[in-house]
Design a binder for this molecule. Structure first.
Ligand code: ADP
Length: 240
């Protein structure tokens, strides 16, 4: 019931850019160890919501709480240190670094020992089937492999929550399958995930809940099949 505390609580968040309300009174909760899908047409506010959740933007109204504590904006590094990682639509891995070097980045200034960093990095590279590419420059990887690498890298500091922006877009079907399986596995291991995606069929298999944003408002939240099959959601997509 009400007893389980949310990892993430988006409480009445609005975000205004000049005259445009990119988000309007948005409420979203993420429970521990669950995957929440965020869908909606282009420009509906999905990326803005992720940016409010990791402290890039201050909400104009409302607040975002991480484990009950309000997130302070303008400090994404602090939010990361509190256990929130982020992946990007254009996979922001360091292209001139090898996969292994990329894996080390989130723990560079940590107290985790060199041996433990290496052990964990290899374990996670194996988890996303990149063991053979540990010494490959990220620029040599396929787009899908870079998405896998970015996800594995996000897991390095043992985050509580990962915010993923379009991890499945333009990815080869085999890698899409692997990535959705791995997102699910990380979740079953206790990590919570918010995933923005237009890939509705793939989301059906990986999410526990889906919220559909339209013009900055939550049109509908619920079970994945219920939301993606709703005629208002279908219409919102076809209308773009
Ligand atoms: P989505 O991720 O669903 O495609 P976005 O969150 O990127 O939507 O954008 C929502 C709306 O907010 C769009 O109209 C977009 O142009 C606007 N927007 C996003 N970021 C900014 C910004 N930094 N300044 C001004 N307008 C912005």
């Amino acid at each position: 019931g009400e007893s389980a505390m949310s990892i993430l609580d988006v409480e009445g968040v609005s975000k205004r850019f000049g005259g445009l309300w990119a988000l309007h009174d948005v409420h979203v909760r993420v429970e521990p160890g669950t995957v929440v899908g965020l869908i909606g047409p282009n420009g509906s506010g999905k990326t803005t919501l992720l940016n409010v959740c990791n402290g890039v933007y201050a909400p104009s109204e409302g607040e975002v709480r991480l484990d009950g504590t309000p997130i302070r904006s303008g400090r994404p590094h602090r939010v990361a240190a509190a256990g929130v990682m982020r992946t990007f639509q254009d996979s922001r891995v360091f292209r001139t670094l090898t996969a292994m070097q990329n894996m080390r980045v989130p723990l560079l200034h940590s107290r985790v020992s060199e041996g433990e960093v290496r052990r964990r990095a290899w374990e996670l590279l194996e988890f996303v089937h990149l063991t053979d590419h540990g010494n490959t420059a990220a620029s040599e990887l396929s787009g899908g492999q870079r998405k896998l690498l970015e996800f594995a890298r996000a897991l390095m500091p043992r985050p509580r929550l990962i915010l993923m922006d379009e991890p499945l877009a333009g990815v080869h079907p085999e890698i899409k399958q692997l990535l959705t399986e791995r997102i699910r596995a990380a979740c079953d291991d206790g990590v919570s995930v918010v995933v923005v995606s237009h890939e509705l069929p793939a989301l059906l298999g990986v999410t526990d809940h889906v919220a559909c944003l339209v013009e900055g408002r939550v049109l509908l939240t619920g079970e994945p099949a219920e939301v993606t099959g709703d005629s208002r959601v279908v219409e919102a997509y076809l209308g773009t």
